[in-house]
Structure formats: structure tokens, C-alpha cells
Design a binder for this molecule. Structure first.
Ligand code: SAM
Ligand code: SF4
Length: 348
């Protein structure tokens, strides 16, 4: 397949995704990188990732911190979260992401509200104050509203798959894991005024090339201002791994991860696209390769190391250490230090 033959309709996307041709992939990534520079600019924006807790009420079949998996649980104290946010501010990251297992208990909801206000009050010496993205799963609409009013302005909630049947195969079949409820949560976030991001895992068992093309078309249909998608990586003790279900090789999942970023950049030129941590777990400088394929956001991990190693979503995740991330970004890629790097698409 030649890049000049690429069309961005469903058939064209399916063909591009299915193609296993290194020369085509390279052309595609280069075209996406040119589009990124022409639309959202050269800069990469950083968000300090704070993994607030690995306690989760849910049981997604692929996840290494699912409720039923035996692992040591933790919850960062307020001080630990604030120190991590201050560390991100000192490194001029401009924004933080607070991510964690899904919890809907009142104490946790209050804690997040309290922390949002405290993070907003951190004197970074820069204007604006730290921007805040949340990624804390499905919540009642009033909770999303409360957190928005407390200072969160972006929310990442992956739909995990655009195909409801595939969604049902990788989640328990019960009301807590409902595709419809997850979709409604994304719509609620949009309506409240968040920059709502979504995404899906790439290379998960049972996923087809058509599913991946439909994932891209769903992001376009939902008109989301940001997407965070990344390769699926197995966790040795997850039900999905233990079931023996097959999935693409690590190399293929990595290549597919980059290809999905590149195609999305061509499909939605002015949105924010994150280079996910799971790329880094599969390849050294995997996130930089994501940037060179059209992504424009990286989320360096600022969680205290002792807790970060317990946020063990998948194989090799905890090997991703970010002390020296700056060094792995090529000199000719400028970083948007101290800026929120909001989605241009959202502003428009
Ligand atoms: N609990 C929240 C939620 O699920 O939306 C936020 C935290 S959850 C750990 C963040 C993302 O991790 C999920 O949306 C899922 O796509 C990803 N994830 C979980 N297990 C994974 C795996 N084995 N490989 C790749 N990504 C995984
Ligand atoms: Fe919980 Fe999120 Fe993991 Fe699902 S993916 S089990 S909601 S942490």
C-alpha cells in the first residue's frame, strides 16, 4: 500500500491498519508528524501523572489492579499527592493527571475535591496555575460536576472498545461493567464542560482490524478534544491472560499503537493525543516514538516510587521510570514547559 492511496473512510482505515509493511508505516508516521506540526505545533506538553490509589471496585478482565486480584493496595495521603504535584510544578510540567482505580465512596470523593482545591492553590510561580486532568473512572454526574467546580478541567475515560460485543468479552457481564453506562459517562463529562478524552486498548484479545478502525471513527463521531490510547499489555495473573486467549505479538502491538496514533492525527488533526505509558513498556523511548508518529502529550510518572510499583496494571509497567525523561526527548523537539497545552480542537 502507498501513502498516496490512503483514504480516511472505514475501508481505507481498515486497509491501512491491516497492512504489515514497514515502508508504508514509516511514510504514514512521517505524514502524521508533519500534520501535527502544521496543526497543533511542534511542542510536546507534559502532564505529571499521579497514581493516587490502586484500590478499585471493578474487575476489568485485563487489569492488574482489578478488585479480585491479590495485590498490596495503597492510597496516597493528601501530603503525598500535593508533594507529587509540587514536584511536577518544579519541573515546569504545567499540568498533572490524577489517575486511580474506580471508587465511589464518599470519603474518596471528598478527598479528590479537597485535593483539587489544594493543587489549584499551589504557587507555581507561573501563570496559569497547574492544570488538572482526572482519570478516576465512572462517577455519578453530580460528582463530575463537583470535581469540575473544584478545578479539574480535563477528564480521561477510555471507552476501551467501540464494539459493545468486544467490551462485553473483556469485562465481567454485570451492571457494574456496562458499555452503555460508560458511554453515558463520557457524554456527561462533555456536557459539564470538561475537555473529555477517551481511547481504547490496542491489540487486546478478540479485537479485529475492523474494531480498531471503528475505534478511530468513534473518537471522530464523539468529537472528543483528546485521546489517550495505547497497546494492551498482558498482566500474568489477569483472567484474560489466564484464559489463554491469544493477542498480537509485542512487536505488532507496538507497531499498531504507533499506527493508530498516526491515523488518528490525520483523521482529527487538531486534537491532543497522548503517547501512552504502555508504549514505553514495550519499547525504549516508546513514548518519543509515539510523539514522532503524531502524538503531542506525554505523562511522566511523578508518583512516589514505593507506591508506583504497586500500580501494576500490566507486565513491565513498573519498569517505566521517569526521572530522566527530559533526556530521552530529542533536542529538536521543544517542550511546552509551564503551559496547560489545552486541546486546540476544544478551544475552536
Ligand atoms: N480506573 C480508571 C478507568 O478504568 O477508567 C482509570 C485507571 S485505569 C488503570 C486506566 C486505563 O488503564 C484503563 O482505561 C485501561 O485502558 C488501561 N489498562 C488497564 N489494564 C491494562 C492492560 N493490561 N494493558 C494496557 N492498558 C491497560
Ligand atoms: Fe479498575 Fe480501571 Fe483497572 Fe478497570 S481498568 S479494574 S476500572 S483500575
Amino acid at each position: 500500500m502507498e501513502i498516496k492511496d490512503l483514504t480516511l473512510d472505514r475501508e481505507g482505515l481498515i486497509e491501512a491498519i491491516a497492512t504489515e509493511d514497514a515502508a508504508f508505516d514509516e511514510q504514514l508516521r512521517a505524514a502524521a508528524y508533519r500534520t501535527k506540526i502544521a496543526t497543533v505545533g511542534e511542542k510536546v506538553y507534559l502532564r505529571g501523572l499521579i497514581e493516587i490509589s490502586n484500590i478499585c471496585v471493578k474487575n476489568c478482565l485485563y487489569c492488574g489492579i482489578r478488585h479480585d486480584i491479590p495485590c498490596q493496595r495503597y492510597e496516597l495521603s493528601d501530603d503525598e499527592v500535593l508533594s507529587a504535584a509540587q514536584a511536577a510544578a518544579r519541573r515546569h510540567f504545567g499540568s498533572v493527571v490524577i489517575q486511580g482505580g474506580e471508587r465511589t465512596d464518599a470519603a474518596f470523593i471528598r478527598k479528590v475535591t479537597r485535593l483539587l482545591k489544594a493543587i489549584k492553590a499551589i504557587d507555581t510561580g507561573e501563570d496559569p496555575p497547574l492544570g488538572i486532568t482526572l482519570s478516576l473512572g465512572e462517577q455519578p454526574r453530580e460528582v463530575y460536576q463537583e470535581w469540575f467546580e473544584a478545578g479539574a478541567h480535563r477528564y480521561l475515560l477510555r471507552i476501551e472498545s467501540s464494539n459493545p460485543n468486544l467490551y462485553r468479552r473483556i469485562h465481567p457481564d454485570d451492571p457494574l461493567h456496562s458499555y452503555e453506562r460508560r458511554m453515558q459517562a463520557i457524554l456527561d463529562l462533555k456536557e459539564i464542560g470538561y475537555q473529555a478524552g477517551t481511547g481504547a486498548m490496542i491489540g487486546v484479545p478478540f479485537q479485529t482490524t475492523q474494531d480498531l478502525a471503528d475505534d478511530l471513527l468513534l473518537y471522530k463521531k464523539l468529537d472528543v478534544p483528546m485521546v489517550g490510547m495505547g497497546p494492551y499489555n498482558p498482566h500474568p495473573d489477569s483472567p484474560l491472560t489466564l484464559s489463554g486467549a491469544t493477542y498480537p505479538t509485542a512487536e505488532r502491538r507496538f507497531t499498531l499503537g504507533l499506527k493508530m496514533i498516526a491515523l488518528l492525527r490525520l483523521l482529527m488533526p487538531d486534537i491532543n493525543i497522548a503517547a501512552a505509558t504502555s508504549l514505553e513498556a514495550l519499547s525504549d523511548s516508546g513514548r518519543v516514538k509515539g510523539i514522532l508518529s503524531g502524538a503531542n502529550v506525554i505523562m511522566p510518572n511523578v508518583t512516589p516510587e514505593e507506591q508506583m510499583i504497586k500500580y501494576n496494571l500490566y507486565d513491565r509497567k513498573t519498569l517505566v521510570r521517569d526521572g530522566s525523561l527530559k533526556l530521552s526527548l530529542p533536542d529538536d523537539i521543544p517542550v511546552g514547559y509551564g503551559a496547560w497545552g489545552d486541546s486546540l480542537h476544544f478551544k475552536r
